[in-house]
Design a protein around this ligand. Structure first.
Ligand SMILES: Cc1cc2nc3c(=O)[nH]c(=O)nc-3n(C[C@H](O)[C@H](O)[C@H](O)COP(=O)(O)OP(=O)(O)OC[C@H]3O[C@@H](n4cnc5c(N)ncnc54)[C@H](O)[C@@H]3O)c2cc1C
Length: 388
């Protein structure tokens, strides 16, 4: 059976990227259909919601760090826009973050990170142990100081997901629940999507935003080089009346990393593991134990907290850890995927970019002004050229 249509745009994926794109596109008076499966839980739901251009700046990823900084500037307006469109709070907090070192060797590692952050022009200030504890009194007295990162903030990613679903419905997006794929390829042009039911959804443009599954939704040139990178977070709640955490804390604990993100309601998100295990969603004792042990070394009081939830997500990883946003090598198909560790942070600028690609060159798949776009370094062709 073939659906009436075609739609202007079909967006595949009901995570933060697909929903943000669908919402924004519908606001431009296009007819939009969103294909969302619950084949696996969106990484968006397992995430911690940190908007962290400074702590997420890594050696060798300087261009990504620049994109992340631009993305963070877009967040205050985006949070206000999504709250107005949905009538829901998304828990956007300009809380700032602390990066802290447990032992002297962790401290030396943090000094190197600090020098790198300053080299990139990012705001990062050294703090001794007591200055750290003045900002976050629950830190263990035995820690070795850290860095104040006033530009790293947070949103409640689960509230954000709910708000995006409401905004999408209010904007008139058609939603089809169920697994989509494969793409309809008509003589080298993508013209729609097959549904598991056998129906075809015709669309002038398909936006691939299926997160970690993006790489397996198509064959050959239509498949972006995206792989799943497993991660888990643990949700905890402070006992009533107990002192609450004040700040996001990102810790180095005997060379291992962990973070704690306090929410307004007294809960805390503890994360995260990074595991190359394909499409595996099992919760294993070892990684959970390590995370909890490291976190408790930083904040001994966590031992009193209740354990509410353990969530597993598959980050959409790419060969250079950067997102892939732009026209694919196959006409009719746009990739908005591969956001790896920073999909929440990058969602607003990604949705803006997808709208701009469709606005500026309807029918002309060169799309956007390559020099002025923040995504100029993150186009599909950086991988397509390598493959050929
Ligand atoms: C443990 C963890 C912590 C993280 N912390 C942060 C953080 O603090 N800050 C930050 O910015 N980022 C963070 N991230 C990364 C962030 O979560 C991801 O980059 C982001 O969620 C990717 O969004 P997405 O919409 O591309 O994919 P997803 O959120 O995974 O959504 C993709 C959706 O597409 C659906 N889908 C797949 N195939 C199909 C199909 N064939 N048909 C229909 N639907 C399909 C999936 O079921 C899924 O629901 C974290 C990730 C993890 C795992």
């Amino acid at each position: 059976m073939v659906e009436p249509g075609p739609f202007d745009v079909a967006v595949i994926g009901g995570g933060v990227i697909g929903l943000s794109c669908a919402w924004r596109l519908a606001e431009t008076a296009r007819s939009v259909v969103l294909l969302a499966s619950d084949q696996f839980p969106p990484a968006t739901s397992a995430a911690a919601g940190m908007l962290a251009p400074v702590a997420e700046a890594h050696f060798g990823e300087e261009r990504l760090a620049r994109l992340n900084s631009l993305a963070a500037l877009r967040w205050p307006a985006f949070a206000a826009e999504i709250e107005a469109a949905s009538g829901r709070d998304v828990g956007y907090l300009r809380s700032g973050s602390l990066m802290v070192a447990l032992d002297p060797s962790d401290r030396r590692q943090l000094d190197v990170v600090h020098a790198f952050q300053r080299e990139l022009g990012l705001e990062s200030f050294e703090l001794g142990p007591s200055a750290c504890r003045a900002k976050e009194p629950l830190l263990t007295p035995g820690m070795n100081g850290g860095l104040d990162l006033p530009g790293d903030h947070q949103v409640d990613n689960r509230l954000l997901l709910e708000a995006l679903w409401t905004a999408v419905a209010r904007a008139g997006v058609n939603v089809v629940h169920g697994e989509a794929g494969p793409l309809v390829n008509d003589q080298g042009v993508v013209t729609g999507v097959h549904l598991a039911s056998g129906r075809i959804l015709p669309a002038n443009v398909v936006v691939m935003a299926a997160g970690a599954a993006s790489g397996r939704m198509a064959a050959d040139a239509a498949a972006p080089p995206v792989r799943p990178v497993k991660g888990l977070t643990i949700r905890l709640t402070a006992p009533s009346g107990a002192p609450r955490m004040q700040r996001i804390v990102r810790g180095l604990v005997h060379g291992r990393s962990c973070y704690l993100v306090p929410r307004q309601d007294g809960s805390v998100v503890l994360g995260a593991t990074v595991e190359e295990k394909g499409f595996d969603l099992a919760v294993q004792f070892g990684p959970v134990h390590d995370l909890m042990e490291d976190a408790r070394r930083l904040l001994p009081t966590l031992g009193e907290y209740t354990l509410d939830d353990i969530a597993v997500g598959l980050r959409p990883g790419t060969p250079d850890n950067g997102p892939i946003v732009g026209w694919s090598p196959v006409p009719g198909l746009l990739w908005a995927t591969g956001h790896y560790r920073n999909g929440i942070l990058l969602a607003p600028v990604t949705a803006d970019e997808v709208v701009s690609l469709l606005d500026h060159h309807p029918g002309d798949q060169a799309g956007g002004d390559p020099d002025r776009s923040p995504f100029a370094d993150f186009r599909p062709d950086r991988f397509v050229a390598r493959r050929s």
